[in-house]
Design a protein around this ligand. Structure first.
Ligand code: PEP
Ligand code: MN
Length: 340
């Protein structure tokens, strides 16, 4: 349940609510906005929730008590009606600006990452993407450079003053990947890896949580709740396409999910048109659609020589195509009251 107090509530008033919630068996999470202070009571209470709510409503400083029937609480829109802005260094995700994250699917070499990073930086991109640990459907295909890939990302990040988002696949790697990354990425295949979700939750690092390609929106938000439950609300949801009966594209980017999730959750939402289509030619149109639908950012694969890419070449934009796409995106962002 959510207990709404005025943002100016005193420490004693907050304590009065939290100690009652704890006594009933709830765990406490507090969110303070400009006008309201929301105390989230999470878990299943020992007594009837309706009775608990009535007790709290009778306290004079409690403005409202909401019983959330949704299975997730901390990531629900009601927990932070004003929406969340995730700050990564000086970049804000979920604010007025649409944030671009771009770079190769996989880290292949220092030269490849540097060349791509330099080009995307010129287009105004602040967040470089690139996978060092690659989830592969086949055990025989490229698995990523691992720690060496992380070192390359760190090196380029330092040289060019960029921020880095990169995937972590194993709970045991969270610490190591966190040393190199500014944002941890949970891939589509790991959205249901609950140990991993809890571990990145404990790390406190900003997380891009991709939607499982077979997951409903509710399952996706419950995965986010696993991270939030550990005290980490720095979560950026990423719609990256779901599996449908349509064989002409690799996945189907679910445009509906963008406004749906914005309505259901306070978390920022970005879109990945590269995996969402699997075809570089479709990436510009779907990128524009995602921004028009309210996406807070895009995650786009760019490669200097897609024909030589070790992974996802067919969906990677050449540098010149990426640069012209950014100009087109500016106009779409402006049309929906945002900027790049
Ligand atoms: C990726 O970003 O390169 C990736 C593997 O993404 P996904 O988990 O969405 O397939
Ligand atoms: Mn990829």
């Amino acid at each position: 349940m959510l207990v709404i107090l005025n943002a100016k509530a005193t420490d004693e008033e907050v304590k009065e609510v939290t100690s009652r919630l704890e006594a009933w068996g709830y765990k406490i999470h507090i969110s303070k906005g400009v006008e309201k202070l929301v105390i989230g009571g999470v878990g299943v209470p020992e007594i009837n929730e309706l009775e608990c709510a009535d007790v709290l409503r009778s306290l004079p400083f409690v403005e409202d008590v909401l019983i959330i029937v949704k299975p997730y609480h901390l990531v629900a829109r009601e927990f932070r009606p004003q929406g969340s802005v995730i700050k990564v260094d000086d970049v804000e995700i979920g604010g007025q600006k649409v944030v671009l994250m771009a770079g190769p699917c996989s880290v292949e070499s220092y030269e490849q990452v540097y060349e791509t990073a330099k080009a995307v930086k010129q287009a105004g991109v602040r967040i470089l993407r690139g996978g060092a640990y690659k989830p592969s459907t086949s055990p025989y295909s490229f698995q990523g450079l691992g720690e060496e890939g992380l070192e390359i990302l760190s090196q380029v990040k330092k040289e060019l003053g960029l921020l880095v988002v990169t995937e972590v696949m194993d709970p045991r790697d969270v610490e190591l990947v966190s040393e190199h990354a500014d944002i941890l990425q949970i891939g589509t295949r790991n959205m249901h890896n609950f140990r991993l979700l809890s571990e990145v939750g404990k790390s406190g690092k900003p997380v891009v949580l991709k939607r499982g390609f077979g997951a409903t929106i509710e399952e996706w938000l419950l995965a986010a709740e696993y991270i939030a439950k550990e005290g980490n609300l720095n979560i950026i949801l990423c719609e990256r396409g779901i599996r449908t009966f349509e064989p002409s594209t690799r996945f189907t980017l679910d445009i509906n999910a963008i406004p749906s999730v914005k309505d259901l959750s306070h978390l920022p939402v970005i879109a990945d048109p590269s995996h969402g289509t699997g075809k570089w030619k479709l990436v510009p149109a779907v990128s524009k659609a995602a921004i028009a639908a309210g996406a807070d950012g895009l995650l786009i694969e760019v490669h200097p020589h897609p024909e030589q890419a070790l992974k996802d070449g067919p969906q990677s934009l050449r540098i010149e195509n990426f640069l012209s796409l950014v100009e087109e995106l500016r106009a779409v962002a402006q049309a929906v009251g945002r900027s790049l």
